[in-house]
Each structure stands twice: as C-alpha cells, then as structure tokens.
Design a protein around this ligand. Structure first.
Ligand code: GAR
Length: 218
C-alpha cells in the first residue's frame, strides 16, 4: 500500500481550496490524508467542511497569544501532535514566522491569487485590475519568511476580461486554484519536488506544472 502523506491545513475563511484537496483525495489519485484543519477565525466555513468529512478541526485564536511566535509555536505543537508532514495554507491570512518554518522545513505550501512575483500581499485581484494587467493567475509556492516570496511550485494563467470585477475575476481564479493546488500537493506527496535555490525542480515532467497542462481534461 502507498504511504499516505499527512497534511495539516490552515485556513481563515471559506476553505474551497481545502475542499478541492479533500475531493481529490476522495477521487483516489492523491496519496494523502488531511489529518487536521486549524483556523484563526471561529466563523471560518473551513471548520464545517472539515467536520463534514470527519477531520479533526479546531479554532485557535491568535489574540489569545502574546505574539506571532507564541501563536506559531502553538500551531506547530498541534500540527506535530497530529503527525503532520506537510502544512497547506489555504486562505490563511497570517504571516508565518521562523518558529513555524524551522519546524516544517520546505514543508509549508501556500496558494496566492496572482502570478507571483506580481501582486503579492493582500487584495491581489484588485491589484491586478488596478494595474490594468491583461493576464493574472494563481501560484502555489513554498513558504519562506517573506510575503509570497518563496520558491514557485506551479502557476496557472488567467486572462483578465474588459468587464471583470474583483468578484468575477476571483471566481475564475478559484476554478484554477482548485485544479492547481491538489496537483502541487500530489507532486509533493509523490516526492517529485526538489528545491534548488529559488527553483523548484519537478521530476518526471518536462513542462512547467500549470493546471491546464496537468489536467488536460479540465
Ligand atoms: C484563495 O483565493 C487564495 O488564493 C487566497 O485566499 C483565497 C482562499 O479561498 N489566499 C491569499 O490571498 C493569501 N495571500 P478559500 O478559502 O475558498 O480556499
């Protein structure tokens, strides 16, 4: 039997990317298991999604801790307690500190709703619209100490249409995110990602991991 990668997911909101990963696992072609979901907001719908699938899930309020490092230490303790091997940030709207990264070296992933290094930080869709960009997208990357600066694992490009609003653009970005993130997690679970400086080398494919290439049927 293939060993399943133990994933911990951190989320602050809806959790549609969490759902996409759960669904991909249920389809049977992602050798992983979501063993725990933690949110920093009590009203995060991600908690309900986890409960619906019998996944251990809880809310950890960052305001109960003296600072970022103390909060991250508590997150690490909870994730390690569940045997987590890969941490997946799925709309987790907090900066991760060195305490966290040292506990999970090259094992924290994030998804960002733009083609990094363009439009990092908050409101990436609004930034792309304001800039007048014709193409944006989404990026899965390993997390480092910067804001959306870690080595890039996979990207998908999405055209910006003349009448796009933040809502319409976000919807189309989400569709691509739901393909791209499970695919990136799968590459990790299969041991096919190697970080060399800024580059993530993907073994076994000869193109960049981009959702339309990896999911030709999508
Ligand atoms: C996603 O679009 C993700 O790219 C974004 O939050 C959304 C979460 O959606 N993340 C960031 O902006 C991080 N800087 P979800 O809760 O439905 O998965």
């Amino acid at each position: 039997m293939v060993k399943k990668l133990k994933i911990g997911v951190l989320a602050s909101g809806n959790g549609s990317n969490l759902q996409a990963i759960i669904d991909r696992i249920l389809r049977g072609d992602l050798p992983a298991e979501v063993v725990c979901v933690i949110t920093n907001r009590s009203d995060a719908f991600a908690l309900e999604r986890a409960n619906n699938h019998g996944i251990t899930a809880f809310y950890l309020n960052h305001r109960d801790f003296s600072g970022r490092a103390a909060y991250d230490a508590a997150l690490v303790a909870a994730l390690k307690g569940e045997g987590v091997e890969l941490v997946v940030l799925a709309g987790f709207m907090r900066i991760i500190t060195r305490v966290f990264l040292d506990a999970f070296p090259q094992a924290v992933m994030n998804i960002h709703p733009a083609l990094l290094p363009s439009f990092p930080g908050l409101h990436a869709q609004q930034q792309a619209l304001d800039y007048g960009a014709k193409v944006t997208g989404c990026t899965v990357h390993f997390v480092d100490e910067g804001t959306d600066t870690g080595p890039i694992i996979a990207q998908a490009a999405i055209p910006i249409l003349p009448d796009d609003t933040v809502e319409t653009l976000s919807q189309r970005i989400h569709l691509q995110e739901h393909l791209l993130y499970p695919e990136a997690v799968k590459l990790y679970a299969e041991g096919r990602l190697r970080v060399e400086g800024r580059r993530v080398v993907v073994s076994g494919i000869h193109t960049s991991p981009q959702s339309s290439l990896l999911n030709p049927s999508a």
